[in-house]
Design a protein around this ligand. Structure first.
Ligand code: AMP
Ligand code: MG
Length: 505
């Protein structure tokens, strides 16, 4: 057993140290009756933390916010953001705190932060709290995304506070401990840009570069290159979302990271029946953040980031330099669409069992993928199951896929085209192609009805077993595990039709 004198975390807090004026030092609220609901053992190991201690009283006190671990310098970060298109010059950590940073086993710097740890100077009208259900939801979706190979922030722990949180009804309260490459957002840049504080903007941009793109540090064109790197990471990320059928639900600029990790699992969901217009968030009345809008919204958000960086690119009052900066930034923003298409097609080719031939045959492969998606859409086929059973088809079993289609004829026509493409692609054996496709097309995703089931059991009855079972299934998404077969099945259509998720919970 580790003694209390040995610090649990080895904090090294660059944000607190180097970015004074970018945050307010703050303390988490006390939880009256803490209980540890979840500890992420694999992540704890990745961070080099002692899981046995974390599971004990000391860990519980830390994760509930009752004991600030040695070396932590809790602070609420300032940020702004465009929410549903409208600008809020001041948002900030209204119910979150950055505890500090630690280097993981591979030397990567990771933020350790709370969500639901009480009011802060940025809380506005909010209560600073979070409920058990939504915090466990963040665990499930984050771990599912991580297992799918999609960059994401991850949950280290969830502690129940013993307090009740007033929402539509009273709900048990919780604190989530979140691990992220950083919590720098597009909105962090917007906060200082809105105040015209060019010195702080530069300081922030240089900090972001040191943290995420250290090879750019000190180089002359670094702010333009930072924009290009962020755009590149977001293009790759959104393509992965799209290929997983993931809908974030609230792509406000304060929820878009500089690191390229997915952040803030509120009203998000994995799509079931394929529909590009799908939207789940109860507050997204106009479908701004619908599935098919995610790439253009990412580009819109990056344009907001570009606007904050342009003044850094051309600092002296030289009009030509200013024009050039706008032109350069615009070119980066305009390259987002084509870059996104490259990432999307790379993922689609893997899902189709085709090799990545770059530009060769790109138009034909894109058409093949689009026509496949068109089929799924026309017949409301489950996105995940459709792709997964396409792998069975590669191994010679068409029946399982055909069973998903009310009218199999258009599918058969498409399969004939696809088989031609496979034949042209190379002499892979059918089984090898199917195996490769099964590594690109998950069997298990965090299906909405299963997530809700697990959260209701945990939140209403204190029964963590459905949560544990679902968590273990989504952590192993590519296996055909008979034990997890139930988690691979879609919900009855009637359930899906009225499914909504809620934000700000
Ligand atoms: P989110 O929708 O979680 O990305 O949050 C958007 C903004 O609202 C952030 O500034 C949050 O800190 C703030 N916020 C959300 N919920 C609460 C709450 N219950 N109390 C205080 N602030 C909140
Ligand atoms: Mg947020």
């Amino acid at each position: 057993m580790q003694s209390a004198a040995v610090p649990l975390f080895s904090f090294d807090n660059t944000y607190a140290r180097e970015l004074q004026g970018f945050y307010v030092p703050w303390k988490p609220a006390q939880a009256p009756s803490p209980r540890l609901l979840f500890l992420n053992q694999p992540l704890a190991e990745e961070l080099g933390l002692d899981s046995a201690v974390l599971r004990g009283d000391e860990g519980m006190a830390i994760f509930a916010g009752n004991s600030v671990p040695p070396g932590a310098e809790p602070l609420a970060q300032a940020y702004a953001g465009h929410q549903f298109g409208g600008f809020s010059p001041q948002l900030g950590d209204g119910r979150a705190l950055l505890l500090g940073e630690t280097l993981d086993r591979e030397g990567r710097r990771r933020d350790i932060a709370f969500k639901g740890s009480g009011r802060t100077p940025f809380s506005r009208g909010g209560d600073g709290r979070a409920a058990v259900g939504p915090m466990l939801r963040e665990v499930l979706i984050g771990e599912a995304m991580h297992a799918l190979g999609i960059p994401t922030t991850r949950a280290l722990a969830v502690a129940a506070t013993g307090e009740s949180v007033p929402r539509e009804k009273m709900l048990p309260g919780a604190v989530l401990t979140r691990v992220a490459s950083s919590h720098l957002r597009v909105g962090t840049f917007e906060f200082f840009a809105a105040r015209g504080d060019i010195d702080k903007l530069r300081q922030l941009a240089d900090y972001a570069i040191a943290r995420h793109d250290p090879d750019l540090a000190g180089t002359p064109g670094r702010y333009l290159e930072l924009l290009r790197r962020v755009a590149g990471r977001q293009a790759a990320l959104i393509a992965q979302w799209m290929n997983a059928g993931f809908i974030h639900g609230v792509m406000n600029t304060d929820n878009m990271t500089i690191s390229g990790e997915t952040i803030d699992y509120g009203p998000c969901a994995f799509m079931e029946a394929y529909d590009p217009h799908a939207v789940f968030s109860s507050i997204d009345h106009n479908g701004r953040y619908a599935y098919r809008n995610q790439p253009p919204i990412a580009q819109w958000n990056l344009t907001r980031l570009a606007e904050t960086l342009v003044p850094l690119m051309a600092e002296d009052d030289d009009e030509d330099a200013a024009k050039q900066a706008v032109a350069d930034a615009t070119a980066v923003i305009e390259s987002f669409g084509p870059l996104y298409q490259v990432h999307l097609l790379r993922g689609q080719r893997a899902k189709l069992g085709l090799s990545d031939a770059g530009d060769d045959g790109a138009a034909a492969d894109t058409a093949l993928a689009n026509d496949w998606l068109g089929l799924l859409h026309a017949q409301a086929v489950d996105f995940t199951l459709g792709w997964r059973r396409l792998a069975d088809t590669a191994a010679g079993n068409d029946a399982a896929l055909e069973a998903l289609f009310a009218d199999a004829q258009p599918l058969r026509d498409w399969l004939a085209r696809w088989r031609d493409s496979c034949a042209r692609d190379g002499a892979t054996s059918p089984e090898a192609r199917a195996e490769g496709m099964r590594r690109a097309n998950p069997s298990v995703i965090a299906r909405n009805h299963r997530v809700e089931e697990a959260l209701a059991a945990a939140s209403e009855r204190g029964d963590m077993e459905p949560f544990e079972r679902l968590l273990s299934a989504v952590r192993n998404p590519y296996a055909d595990n008979p034990e997890n077969a139930a988690f691979a099945e879609p919900a009855p259509a009637a359930v899906t039709a009225c499914y909504q998720t809620f934000c700000g919970t």
